[in-house]
Every structure is written in C-alpha cells, then in structure tokens.
Design a binder for this molecule. Sequence first.
Ligand SMILES: [Zn+2]
Length: 222
Amino acid sequence: MDINELYWAAGFVEGEGYFSASIKYRGNIQTGVSQVQKAPLERLQRLFGGRFRIKKYKGGKYQDQWVWYTQGAQAVGIMMTLYALMSPRRKEQIRKVLALWKTWGVRAAYRSTCKRGHPLDGIDCRGRRRCILCTQEKWKLRARADRAIERQALLARGEPLPVHKRLTDEQVVALRTRVASKELTQAQACREYGLSPAGVHKLMYGELRADVAGPLLNPGGS
Ligand SMILES: [Zn+2]
C-alpha cells in the first residue's frame, strides 16, 4: 500500500469516519465513513475494499450521504492499520470497539438459548450446543422439500405417485394382537404388512379411533 495513500486515509477517517461494534447484532463490527461526496469514499474502497450504501435523512433536512463501510475481520484489519496514525480520542474509540468485539466470542459460549429462545439442550456432530427443537424442525423441512422434489420428478416423468400404505383400524388391532401374543415378531410384521420398523412401531404404540379400541401395548413390556 502506498504510504501517502495510507496517511491520506488516516486523516480522512480521523475527521469523518466511525468505528462501531454492536452488542445487539452479535458483535457486528464496522469501520466506515459517511460523506455527501462519493469520490473520496471510492478512493478508500480502492485502498481497503468495502461497500457503499446511502444514508437518507427524513424530511429533506440534510442532504443524503454516501456511506463507505467494511465489516468483520476487514473492519478490524483497518482499525489496526490506522491505529498508530490516529488521535488519542480515536485510539480510545478503536480500543473500546475491539474490546467489545472480542467479548462476543466469549459470550456466545455462555449463551443458554437459541436465536428463537429455545434452550440449547442438544449437541451437534461438531460438538457445538444446539437447540433440539429447531434442529428437528430443520430436518423435517428438509425432508419435506426432498419429498416435494421427488414428487415433481415423478410427475415430470409421467410416473404414478407412490401410494402410502394405510391399514384399517381393524387391521391395526389384528397386528397388535398378533404381536402381543408373540404370533409375530415386529420384524415379521414389517415384512408381512410391508411397513418400515418406524411404521410398525407407530401402529403398535399410537392411538386408535375411540370406537375400535384395541390392546394398547407397553413399550418394552411383554
Ligand atoms: Zn431453537
């Protein structure tokens, strides 16, 4: 980087820039400058990268401003680069913002709820704490999406959609009775009724319509 450009940038950011870190938005850290003129901001972008947005003022009291901003590691890098060239007041700001940003990682480790406020009661495959409810929901949605894609593919090929196996309540009672009396094992029931193990389990321990109450079995009981 051209040293003259760096001094220019330091002077410009000293006068017009901001350094910020947000507690609310998970330690989102930014370095930026807002200005009516876009040209000096483009010079900053050539030096450091970053993006532009427009800051509008309600009621036309002030002119709209261009904002050049950088976030995350990029913003941290700029703060560290410019630090030595800043005034004591700006140095103090940078120290505060970086301190706040650093605490975020620590605070994340002590969080006890997910984004939606459920307890973090599970652990995922990488050992990170997870909310079981949201995880289950995510997989359910994924499975539903997969089935939808599958159906679309079958329709596109003009093939018939799969018919889901449904037993009548009487058949369910018969199945329960036969398994309960050890006439059938659950594995044999799977084969005979063409069901998955989960499907048989649901039929064994799920609820029936009130008018055809069959023997409800205890899971794990004989
Ligand atoms: Zn959750």
